[in-house]
Design a protein around this ligand. Structure first.
Ligand SMILES: Cc1cc2nc3c(=O)[nH]c(=O)nc-3n(C[C@H](O)[C@H](O)[C@H](O)COP(=O)(O)OP(=O)(O)OC[C@H]3O[C@@H](n4cnc5c(N)ncnc54)[C@H](O)[C@@H]3O)c2cc1C
Length: 374
């Protein structure tokens, strides 16, 4: 029997952050995870080549909130690192997001925007950029990413597409902190939960009767799976990843991430891990290590990555959400629980808010914890 006041299913950033804050306030917490490792989707490890690799795709940390920044700095040192992403278009590396100066270069000064209320992703894009730009950078990439026509995707997806109005090349120049944990995310999460009991290789849904949460069960897995898919299965996209070690090549591409926009190339992007590493560690890598990513629609929840942005899945999720909210003593949250893409800082910030609510509802006085763990 596994018994605690607070049972947290999932050791990703959401579960681990809530676990940390409840433990800081003297609460009895246990974490369960069905994977054989902690840290969920941000799990990383040292490859035999010497390169640090993120198993579930590259994770670039950025943050604008001092509260979140101070929180993560309790568990790891960080080094400054800003991501520069490129799209390979007609053999040339071009900035992604597209630089404002480049728009004029390809579309001139005189171009028209889509008029009226956009009904889908394509129209929402054409309401903010010239058609030439949309076709060169976005259409092929997006249709490859989601496996459907852009006109079938929700217009809200276009809110994530930005134009780079600054002169710098970085992906997120407006965030105050662009940085990476010195020894990786797994070590950071390990420090976060070092004094908390964790059961790995334990699937909560297959062993519900063995678990007792006296006060609250916090579930950060897929919400439809929690309810036995009773209304249907929520759709996700994922990436097939091919890891390639080139022992005799110093550099494969000049950037961490190169996107392939053309429909002719099945890859969507290639990551060269060296570019992500601290200068002191880079020199210890033998050759170079790459991951080539190709989108697909996964069946296994271990491969769920991006919630599918269309109306059918949106309304299906609403059904699960209503049912989840009606449950007593269960909180379903996180990227899989809320069927929503959250950047890491957003996931941590949201988890901090959930933890504060839990403490308040249980009459526990909150304190500002600043104890440094590392
Ligand atoms: C491809 C990709 C790239 C990303 N890149 C970035 C980036 O560059 N920058 C950024 O800020 N954010 C990025 N993110 C977002 C980031 O991954 C999330 O914010 C973060 O992982 C959310 O953590 P979580 O704890 O909610 O979910 P997860 O990390 O998925 O954790 C959920 C955990 O629950 C466990 N679990 C599920 N069901 C069960 C069960 N039944 N029993 C036991 N355990 C269970 C899982 O095994 C998992 O460990 C990216 C996301 C993806 C998909």
């Amino acid at each position: 029997m596994i018994k605690a006041d607070f049972v947290i299913v999932g050791s990703g950033l959401t579960g681990s952050t809530i676990a940390r804050i409840l433990t800081d306030h003297g609460q009895d917490v246990v974490i369960l995870d069905r994977k054989d490792h902690i840290a969920g989707n941000v799990f990383d490890y040292k490859h035999e080549s010497g390169a640090m690799i993120h198993k579930y795709g590259p994770h670039y940390f950025r943050c604008g909130s001092e509260k979140i920044w101070n929180f993560v700095n309790r568990f790891s040192e960080f080094y400054n690192w800003s991501s520069v992403l490129m799209s390979k278009v007609n053999g040339e590396y071009l900035n992604w997001p597209v630089k404002e100066s480049y728009i004029e270069q390809i579309a001139g000064k005189d171009w028209n925007l889509f008029q009226g209320e956009p009904k889908n992703f394509e129209e929402a894009c054409l309401a903010k950029m010239p058609r030439q730009l949309y076709e060169l950078f976005i259409k092929g990439y997006t249709e490859k990413q989601w496996g459907v026509k852009c006109t079938e995707l929700d217009k809200e997806l276009a809110t994530r597409i930005t134009i780079n109005k600054s002169n710098v090349n970085t992906l997120t120049p407006n965030h105050k902190w662009n940085a990476l944990p010195r020894n990786g995310y797994t070590e950071m999460v390990s420090n976060m939960i070092s004094d908390i009991k964790v059961e790995l290789g334990f699937d909560y849904l297959e062993n519900r009767e063995e678990v007792i949460a006296n006060k609250l069960l916090i579930f950060t897995g897929p919400v439809d799976e929690f309810f036995g898919h009773k209304y249907g299965k929520l759709k996700y996209r994922g990436q097939k990843r091919k890891v390639e070690h080139l022992p005799d090549t110093e550099e494969y591409q000049p950037y961490i991430q190169v996107n392939y926009n053309s429909a002719d190339d099945p890859r969507i992007r290639t990551i060269e891990w060296k570019h992500l590493m601290h200068e002191d560690d880079k020199k210890n890598v033998k050759g170079t290590l790459l991951t080539h990513e190709t989108p697909f629609t996964p069946e296994s929840p271990h491969q769920y990555e991006y919630p599918f942005p269309d109306k059918i899945n949106k309304s299906l999720y609403e059904q699960y959400k209503q049912e989840a909210e009606s449950l007593q003593n269960v909180l379903i949250c996180g990227r899989l629980g809320e069927y929503r893409y959250y950047d890491m800082d957003q996931a941590i910030g949201r988890a901090m808010n959930f933890a504060s609510d839990i403490l308040e509802k249980n009459g526990i006085t909150t304190t500002n914890q600043t104890e440094t763990i590392v």
